[in-house]
Write a protein that binds this ligand. Structure first.
Ligand code: PHE
Length: 344
């Protein structure tokens, strides 16, 4: 019996199989009901009692070895054959991975940033939950001033001197930049803003802005006009002209609203520009000396300009989208229209 055990161990050691079928045949030959190893267990019953211990151990080792070898050969045969052995057709087309594309608001936002980067502006960001000081107070909106009603605010906490709120414009980031950065300053502040407004084709309670700030010695209104004109031509095409209309913001003096010539009818008048030939794109002005002083900047030595625009509005004008809500509904048919958009 001893010799037979050793013979089987040797055979197992040298055993090789080419396919799963051969492995199964080997399993039956050694471990099957009538297999060689199984037969030895049958014979074991007749072994003399004083020999049982020694042969019992040997047989158990043999059975384990045989099982391990068969398992090993089985997994080797499966790997070698690949998935086809399980009946898969490897020539079938695979499941396509759908590639997403960037949201039009992200594309427009990045385009605005790229243009101002070329002009030498840095990008600054700040918190969406802000305090009253950075959104209003430091920007020359005194407490209870009616100008605060221009931007209906979502308050997060009320009842103390400097309540927390969702920022209504990214001018708050301009204040933080003036507080912390050395002069001259040339930044743009892209970000999400919040206003308590009814949702319509032209307004939403959440939207995106890019605001800009330039402070140095001898910055004039002519510099502001030139910067905006260059931006408008980069964004809407080299033929674009701009016009400025007097306006009011508490933090700029003088203030202006800027229109670009309608890029659809080229000034002739159409339903997008409501027959005027002009489209409003942003607000701007010379930074009010009070705002500079509130952030510790000497308004006798330094002057600056600021501007702010809504990204959705720019995107609507650029791609002639007539309802702002399209940008928030995530309708794939709408979003796919922009999948091939390349930024300037
Ligand atoms: N902060 C203004 C707004 O949200 C835009 C603006 C920025 C106007 C800078 C003038 C100067 O409406």
């Amino acid at each position: 019996m001893k010799e037979r055990i050793e013979k089987i161990l040797k055979e197992l050691d040298e055993l090789k199989c080419q396919s799963a079928k051969e492995v199964e045949e080997a399993r039956v030959r050694f471990l099957g009901k009538k297999g060689e190893v199984t037969a030895l267990f049958e014979e074991f019953r007749t072994v003399a009692p004083e020999m049982k211990r020694e042969f019992g151990q040997k047989l158990n080792v043999l059975k384990k070895e045989a099982q391990a070898k068969i398992d090993e050969l089985k997994s080797m045969a499966e790997t070698a054959a690949g998935p086809a052995s399980k009946g898969d057709d490897v020539t079938m087309p695979g499941d396509p991975h759908e590639l997403g594309s960037r949201h039009p608001v992200s594309i427009a936002r990045q385009e605005i940033i790229n243009i101002f980067r070329k002009f030498g502006y840095d990008v600054a960001e700040g918190p969406e939950i802000e305090d009253d000081y950075h959104v209003f107070e430091a920007l020359n909106f005194p407490a209870n001033h009616p100008a605060r009603d221009m931007q209906d605010t979502f308050f997060v906490s009320t009842g103390h001197v400097n309540p927390l709120l969702l920022r209504t414009h990214t001018s708050s980031v301009q204040v933080r930049t003036m507080e912390t950065q050395s002069l001259p300053i040339r930044v743009i502040c892209p970000g999400r803003v919040f206003r308590n407004e009814a949702i319509s084709a032209r307004a939403h309670c959440i939207f995106h802005q890019v605001e800009g700030l330039y402070i140095d010695e001898n910055v004039s209104f002519a510099d502001l006009k030139q910067a905006i004109l260059l931006f408008a031509r980069e964004m809407f095409g080299p033929e674009t002209s701009i016009r400025m209309r007097p306006s009011y913001f508490p933090f700029t003096e003088p203030s202006a609203e800027v229109d670009v010539s309608c890029n659809i009818c080229h000034g002739k008048g159409c339903n997008i520009c409501k027959g005027t030939g002009w489209l409003e794109i942003l607000g701007c002005g010379m930074v009010d000396p009070n705002v500079l002083e509130a952030s510790g900047i000497d308004s006798k030595k330094y002057s600056g300009f600021a501007f702010g625009m809504g990204v959705e509005r720019i995107a609507m004008l650029k791609w002639q989208v007539n309802d702002l809500r399209h940008y928030f509904e995530n309708d794939l048919r709408f979003l796919r229209e922009f999948s091939n958009c390349v930024e300037v």
